[in-house]
Design a protein around this ligand. Structure first.
Ligand code: UDP
Length: 254
């Protein structure tokens, strides 16, 4: 049925050749993985929700002149994106201590950080995505000093926007991960936000209850992942809260 050329398949997404040169189709799967693939499950409906939530966020970022690879959503599971050269870094911004930071530095989860912290992890599954310093990034040429400046400035702008967006719907943005890519336009190259931004790549806590509305529900075997993602989508106004939303799955608006 699928005659498009598959360019790349990752743990949660597939990239296909796009309809025009310089474009790709990003397909969201229902696969959830953790611990570098050690834990793997199919969670019905996750891909559809992440496609919608990521579309909503990237569309708003584009509107704020924060450049991204996102062009438009094509259908329930797919979006049209610009082809970029992915920089092999996971760029993590943290506002509150959680996850690997707590393990590494012995902090209690939930401790507010004195200021937002940006970290870089080198994307390499064989090495388990190790934490790296700016020195490694520039010495090994994964990104130039100028590119690293651009990446950090994008990360801070995304953090400011996302923190406010989620705060407005009663959710605290604990931390998140972005990936960046080089977008070539004629002789020009600029760094843009790529990949996805969704509850798979953010830690989102309900401000009042501290309930986790993100992938930690899967990592920590808490259950209720799709309900949590649906809750995020509903609060953002992407899904209409309908009486039988849980019985019928997400009801899409727009
Ligand atoms: N993250 C991600 N992909 C990864 C690793 C981390 O999207 O491969 C996100 C994660 O969801 C969290 C943030 O980056 O929002 C920081 O994750 P952390 O370093 O605490 O790692 P973890 O505890 O997930 O191992």
């Amino acid at each position: 049925m699928n005659r498009r050329r598959r360019i790349y398949e990752g743990k949660a997404k597939i990239l296909y050749e796009g309809p025009e040169p310089g474009t790709l189709v990003q397909h969201f799967k229902d696969d959830a993985t953790a611990g570098n693939g050690a834990k793997h499950e199919i969670i019905d409906g996750k891909g559809v929700l992440n496609n919608r939530i990521s579309e909503f966020i990237f569309d708003k970022l584009n509107g704020l002149n924060i450049p991204t690879h996102f062009m438009r959503r094509l259908n329930m599971r797919e979006q049209l994106i610009r082809e970029v050269e992915i920089i092999p870094l996971e760029v993590v911004v943290r506002n509150v201590a959680a996850g690997s930071l707590c393990k590494r530095l012995g902090l209690e989860s939930g401790t507010p950080l004195p200021r937002s912290i940006i970290e870089f992890y080198y994307k390499d599954d064989k090495l388990n995505d190790p934490l790296v310093a700016e020195e490694h990034i520039t010495a090994f040429g994964w990104a130039s000093p100028q590119e690293l400046d651009d990446i950090m400035s994008l990360a801070i702008r995304v953090n400011d926007f996302l923190s406010g967006l989620f705060m407005g719907v009663g959710i605290q943005l604990i931390d998140f991960k972005i990936e960046c890519g080089r977008l070539f336009e004629g002789d020009m190259m600029r760094i843009v936000v790529a990949d996805e931004i969704s509850p798979d790549s953010c830690r989102l806590w309900d401000i009042k209850t501290r309930n986790k509305l993100d992938k930690d529900r899967f990592r920590e075997d808490m259950g209720g992942l799709v309900d949590a993602y649906r809750e995020v989508a509903q609060r953002l106004g992407i899904l209409v809260e309908s009486e039988n939303a849980l019985a019928t799955g997400p009801r899409l608006v727009k």
